[in-house]
Write a new protein. Structure first.
Lengths: 221, 229
């Protein structure tokens, strides 16, 4: 099998879960910096005028979460059956809802509104607000609750999946805005999962290597 | 053999986030029960994290799973009922390619839904100005090359199905969860813009007509379980 190719910007961004999943699976890949002109003129390969784009022996596709699902399926990071896959999907959806709120309500808003970070913490991180009316599915408590259903230390009883990887990226993004002490104090299991995933030998090697971008996101951190 | 349990779908009395799931169940020929919740039920939902881990509906329960998150439910149904694009006997590579097409279109549809839903369901946003602004940014073909678009444009969806659909389906030669998700989205555009949308996006209008006319889906659309909004 030739090496998969990942085409994106030289940042972690929306491609980081894909890179981490490939690393966790022990799959070496090539990174290519995206060509902005090509993205907008080549509708066949960039059907939504977006990157990441991913090419392997089976697919040539876009949509970061679609790519992640493909990689998960191909390299056994999706659970053992359709019931476990559905559990993975619940976590991915919940993480992405929270990440979207982190960007809109915290990172972007904080540039104009000095109270935005505290308001975001109160609404989405503080356990006291988890049962409130205005969460709209975006709260750290929900992701902790799902993790508690499993006894393996990962979201699935059968072991590591892309659910754990997306949650790890979620925590990384939050660490760009809030201190480790505060986050770990409120959500020790989620922080332990984050640490566990990043310490996996293949992931630690990826993080220390040339394929891991230094910049998380142009706006974060 | 496991006793087949009639699936139950817990949601408000609206189409909204549950409708693609309902359409998928109908397409699969699965009898299901709509357990309709009202605003008064919301506190109880928030206080039952075992059943509602995100404090949200829809929730789907059958003999095998008890799930939340509309996307998770839809994909589960796609896998269980052969609506993820891979025909019986497909190779792994064929199945992977088919699933990749379904997932790409589902993501594209979700992107547009998230921008459109406020216009349909939040009263203070249902203004002519808001409707026009959405059209100008996400629907008008001329806007597709604009800097603000970032993937959320109807023209991408039409091009995608023209490139990858066969026999009038959205992707590949058979009905998938991408078809029902796209039908559901096109419904919203037709309800907001009617003929204007059909004229500008004939392939999407044709897709809508074809899928809506499939026997099981047509029966569902004509049934009392099809909610008015």
């Amino acid at each position: 099998m030739p090496k998969p190719r990942l085409i994106y910007f030289p940042i972690q961004g929306r491609a980081e879960p894909i890179r981490l999943a490939l690393a966790a699976a022990g799959v070496d890949f090539e990174f290519e910096a995206a060509n902005k002109e090509a993205i907008k003129s080549d509708a066949e390969h960039y059907p939504f005028y977006q990157v990441p784009r991913y090419i392997d022996d089976e697919v040539d596709m876009v949509q970061s979460m679609g790519i992640l699902r493909h990689v998960a399926r191909k390299f056994n990071l999706y659970g053992k059956d359709r019931v476990e896959m559905a559990r993975v999907e619940e976590v991915i959806e919940g993480c992405n809802d929270l990440i979207m709120k982190l960007f809109t309500e915290c990172i972007v808003k904080a540039k104009e509104d000095p109270g935005a970070k505290d308001a975001y913490w109160a609404a989405r991180i503080d356990p006291a607000s988890a049962a409130g009316a205005a969460t709209y599915g975006a709260h750290m408590a929900f992701l902790d609750r799902l993790l508690a259903r499993s006894s393996s230390g990962y979201y699935l009883d059968s072991g590591l999946s892309v659910a754990d990887i997306v949650m790890t990226v979620n925590m990384q993004l939050h660490l760009g805005a809030f201190s480790r002490e505060r986050l770990a104090e409120q959500w020790p299991s989620l922080m332990a999962l984050h640490d566990r995933v990043l310490a996996l030998p293949r992931i630690a090697a990826y993080l220390a290597g040339p394929l891991h971008p230094a910049v998380m996101h142009p706006m974060a951190g | 053999m496991v006793q087949e349990t009639t699936p139950v779908l817990f949601y408000f009395g609206f189409r909204a986030k549950a409708e693609a799931v309902r359409l998928a169940l109908a397409a699969a020929g699965v009898e299901f029960e709509n357990q309709v919740l009202t605003h008064a039920d919301v506190p109880a939902v928030k206080k039952d994290p075992a059943a509602y881990p995100f404090g949200q509906i829809p929730r789907y329960r059958d003999g095998e799973v008890d799930l939340v998150q509309s996307g998770a439910i839809l994909r589960y149904l796609g896998r269980r009922h052969g609506l993820y694009g891979a025909p019986a006997g497909a190779s792994e590579a064929e199945a992977a390619r088919a699933a990749a097409l379904v997932d790409q279109l589902l993501e594209g549809v979700a992107d547009l839904r998230s921008r459109l839903v406020p216009l349909v369901y939040r009263p203070n946003l249902q203004t002519e100005e808001a409707k026009q602004e959405h059209w100008d940014l996400h629907v008008a073909p001329s806007a597709v090359d604009g800097p603000e678009v970032r993937g959320g444009h109807v023209l991408h969806l039409q091009r995608f199905i023209e490139r990858h659909g066969q026999g009038g389906f959205a992707v590949g030669p058979s009905l998938t969860i991408a078809d029902v998700a796209l039908l559901d989205l096109t419904d919203l555009y037709l309800s907001k813009h009617a003929d204007k949308f059909s004229l500008v996006y004939p392939a999407l209008a044709d897709h809508h007509a074809k899928i809506a006319a499939l026997p099981r889906i047509a029966a569902y659309l004509a049934s009392p379980r099809r909610l008015p909004k």
